[in-house]
Write a protein that binds this ligand. Structure first.
Ligand SMILES: [Fe+2]
Ligand SMILES: [Fe+2]
Length: 393
C-alpha cells in the first residue's frame, strides 16, 4: 500500500506525546488513589492495558455462549412469518425460497408458513375459547417472566467479570429481548385478554430482580429459566406453538451459564453457603411453589396436571441449584419430600379421589428433542451422539 505522507513538525508531536504521558499518569494516579479510599475512581471495569475486561478473557465462556448463540441464532421471520417480524437477512429469505422450490408439493405444504389471518383461523379451529384463554394464561406467565429476564440479564451484564462472561450475557440480553417480543406477538394472536402477573409470580420476579450480585444468577438462570424450560418443553407440541422449541433451546443454554461462569470465577464456599444467601434463595423458591396452584385450572384445561408439572420443575430446579453450587436451606431430598407432601395435601382438597403420589418424580416435558435437551441440562447426558452438544455445557 502506498500512502502519500503528510509532513508534520516532529517537535510538536513529541511535545504532545509528553503532555499526554503526564496527563495519563495524573488521571490514572488520581483514580487509583480515589479507588483506594473508596471515593470512586475508574468506573469502567475494563483494563485497556491488557485489552480485556477485568477478569481476563474467559474464552471458554465466550465459545460456549456467545459463539454458540450466534450459531444457533434464529429469526422470527423465518420460523413464524405470521407474527410480522422482518428480522431475516436477504440471504436467509433467498435460502428459504430455494429450499421451497426444490420440494415436492406435499413437502412444501408441510413446511409452508401461514399468514396472520390463516394462523388465527387455525387457532380457532384447534382451540375452544376457554382453551385459548388457558394457553394465554400459561404462556403470559412466561411472557411476563421474559420481561424480567431481559431486565435482569442486562443488570448481570454490568456485574459479571471477564470478556467471555460479558459476551455470554450480551447474547442472553439479545435472546431475552427476542423472547419477550416474539412471545408477546404470539400471545396477542390468540386475541383473548392477557392476564396480569399472579401474586406469587409477582413476588418471585421482584425477589429475583432485587437479589444481590451473582445471586441473580440463581434467581434468573436457575429458578426462572428452570420454570421457563419446563413450560416451553410442555407446550411446544401444541398447535401453533412449535416455535417454543427454539425458546426451549435458548433457555437450556441460559441454565448452563452459572456453572460455566463459576468454573472461571468460583462462587466461594462462604457465598455459596452463607445463611443470608440461603434465605434469599428460599425467598425466591417459596413463591415458585405457591405459583403451582394458581396455574392449576388453566393447565387442567390443556390436560396437564399442575402438580405433576410443578413437582417436575421443582426437582429440575433443585438439581440445577446443586450443580451450580447454590446451597439451599435444606438437603434436596428433604425439600422434595416437603414439596410432595404440600402438593398432596393441596390435591386432596382440590380434586376428588386424589391418591397421593411423588409429584417431584414426574416428567411433563414432551417431545423427543426437548427431552434430549433437558437430559443434557439436568443429567449431563450428551443429547445426540456425534452431534454438537445442543445446550451450553
Ligand atoms: Fe427467555
Ligand atoms: Fe433465558
Amino acid at each position: 500500500m502506498q500512502f502519500e505522507k503528510i509532513v508534520v513538525n516532529p517537535r510538536a508531536t513529541e511535545a504532545v506525546r509528553r503532555v499526554e504521558q503526564r496527563a495519563n499518569r495524573l488521571l490514572r494516579g488520581v483514580d487509583r488513589a480515589l479507588a483506594r479510599v473508596a471515593l470512586g475512581g475508574r468506573k469502567a471495569p475494563y483494563d485497556d492495558l491488557t485489552y480485556e475486561f477485568l477478569g481476563g478473557p474467559a474464552d471458554s465462556m465466550r465459545k460456549k455462549h456467545y459463539d454458540k448463540s450466534l450459531r444457533l441464532l434464529w429469526k422470527a421471520e423465518t420460523h413464524a412469518p405470521q407474527l410480522g417480524f422482518q428480522d431475516a437477512s436477504a440471504e436467509e429469505r433467498q435460502l428459504r425460497e430455494m429450499a421451497l422450490r426444490a420440494m415436492s408439493d406435499e413437502e412444501r405444504g408441510a413446511v409452508t408458513r401461514l399468514s396472520a389471518p390463516e394462523f388465527k383461523r387455525m387457532l380457532d379451529r384447534e382451540y375452544t375459547l376457554r382453551e385459548k384463554q388457558a394457553v394465554v394464561a400459561v404462556l403470559s406467565a412466561i411472557g411476563h417472566g421474559e420481561a424480567y429476564a431481559w431486565l435482569v440479564s442486562a443488570q448481570l451484564l454490568a456485574e459479571v467479570k471477564s470478556t467471555g462472561a460479558r459476551s455470554a450475557l450480551t447474547m442472553q440480553v439479545l435472546e431475552e429481548a427476542k423472547h419477550f417480543l416474539v412471545l408477546r406477538e404470539l400471545i396477542l394472536a390468540f386475541e383473548v385478554e392477557v392476564p396480569r402477573l399472579s401474586a406469587p409470580e409477582y413476588l418471585m420476579l421482584e425477589r429475583v430482580i432485587k437479589a444481590r450480585g451473582v445471586e441473580k444468577l440463581f434467581g434468573m438462570n436457575v429458578l426462572v429459566e428452570g420454570i421457563a424450560l419446563g413450560l416451553f418443553g410442555m407446550m411446544s407440541h401444541l398447535p401453533g406453538l412449535e416455535i417454543l422449541r427454539l425458546f426451549h433451546l435458548d433457555e437450556s443454554r441460559h441454565t448452563g451459564l452459572p456453572s460455566n461462569y463459576f468454573r472461571e470465577f468460583p462462587l466461594g464456599e462462604k457465598a455459596a453457603r452463607s445463611r443470608r444467601a440461603q434465605l434469599s434463595r428460599m425467598s425466591m423458591v417459596v413463591p415458585a411453589v405457591l405459583l403451582i396452584p394458581t396455574l392449576e385450572a388453566d393447565l387442567a384445561e390443556l390436560g396437564i396436571d399442575a402438580a405433576d408439572f410443578g413437582g417436575a420443575v421443582i426437582r429440575k430446579i433443585t438439581t440445577l441449584a446443586q450443580r451450580n453450587g447454590f446451597t439451599l436451606a435444606a438437603p434436596i431430598e428433604t425439600l422434595l419430600g416437603f414439596v410432595d407432601k404440600l402438593l398432596n395435601q393441596y390435591c386432596s382438597y382440590s380434586r376428588p379421589n386424589h391418591k397421593p403420589r411423588a409429584f417431584t418424580q414426574q416428567e411433563t416435558t414432551k417431545g423427543v428433542r426437548e427431552l434430549a435437551v433437558e437430559g443434557e441440562v439436568f443429567l449431563g447426558k450428551k443429547a445426540f451422539e456425534g452431534a454438537e452438544s445442543i445446550a451450553a455445557e
